[in-house]
Write a protein that binds this ligand. Structure first.
Ligand code: 13P
Length: 252
């Protein structure tokens, strides 16, 4: 069975107090499930604190929301892979659509970040997804393929197995407009096919592909029932422990 991953991307939300409340409530209600990992991505000043709170909780891991692709040096405002690692993170979200579209990150930069994350034994959560106008122009496949093809040729099969792919259609992020299960499954199947084309079917069958974009307690069960949807990357509905716990406890 493929590992399922339910991840919270808090984006630029939650202060220390909120983090403490969240973890206290989460851990009070959390029961580890076989084959289901939980990942929480707070803003970077809180990574170490979050890792301390999660310490000892089975299959609960911390992710950074971003990092830079150099070891160290004169990069004011950035954080390095070793800092992410040092703070106790296992994962790092890379290429989120907000990084691509607000901060102008290119496929090339994202590919460099994925590569260096792997060198530091961090698991990248590589985000891909099309804009609304791209979907309406029938370009979803083209966009998703080119985002993946910027990264995949640089990876070995072993490295590919350490990468999580998150399909997040940009038009579904923070809009309340979830892709239908059919729309999401269609792209997930395509993504697995592209990975299969690059590394063979055996590798492709083992890669976790998350869906992101207005995931909430009301739609998690249907999404998780689709054959190629292996988890969720969640913004809004991950901020409160109660709703996030419901997502972790999706029905199988
Ligand atoms: P929402 O769940 O708020 O739509 O955000 C999705 C997202 O961007 C997760 O990375």
């Amino acid at each position: 069975m493929r590992e399922k991953i339910i991840a919270a991307n808090w984006k630029m939300n939650h202060l220390a107090e909120d983090l403490k409340k969240f973890f206290t409530e989460l851990l009070a209600g959390y029961k580890a499930r076989e084959e289901v990992s939980v990942v929480i991505a707070p803003a970077s000043p809180y990574l170490a604190r979050a890792a301390e709170m999660a310490d000892g909780a089975e299959r609960v891991f911390i992710a950074a929301q971003n990092m830079y692709c150099e070891k160290s040096g004169a990069f004011t405002g950035e954080i390095s892979p070793s800092m992410v690692k040092d703070c106790g993170c296992r994962y790092v979200i890379l290429g989120h659509s907000e990084r691509r579209h607000i901060f102008g990150e290119t496929d090339e930069l994202i590919a460099r970040k994925v590569k260096i994350a792997l060198n530091y034994r961090l698991n990248p959560i590589l985000c891909i997804g099309e804009l609304l106008e791209e979907r309406e122009d029938g370009k979803t496949e083209e966009v998703v393929s080119s985002q993946l093809n910027a990264v995949l040729p640089q990876l070995s099969p072993e490295e590919m197995l350490s990468v999580v792919v998150a399909y997040e259609p940009v038009w579904a992020i923070g809009t309340g407009r979830t892709a239908t299960v059919e729309q999401a499954e269609e792209v997930h199947h395509l993504v697995r096919g592209i990975i299969g084309g690059a590394f063979g079917d055996e590798v492709a069958q083992r890669v976790t592909i998350q869906y992101g974009g207005s995931v909430k307690p009301e739609n998690i069960d249907q999404l998780m029932a689709a054959p190629d949807i292996d988890g969720a990357l969640v913004g809004g509905a991950s901020l409160a422990a109660e709703s996030f716990l419901r997502l972790i406890n999706f029905k199988q």
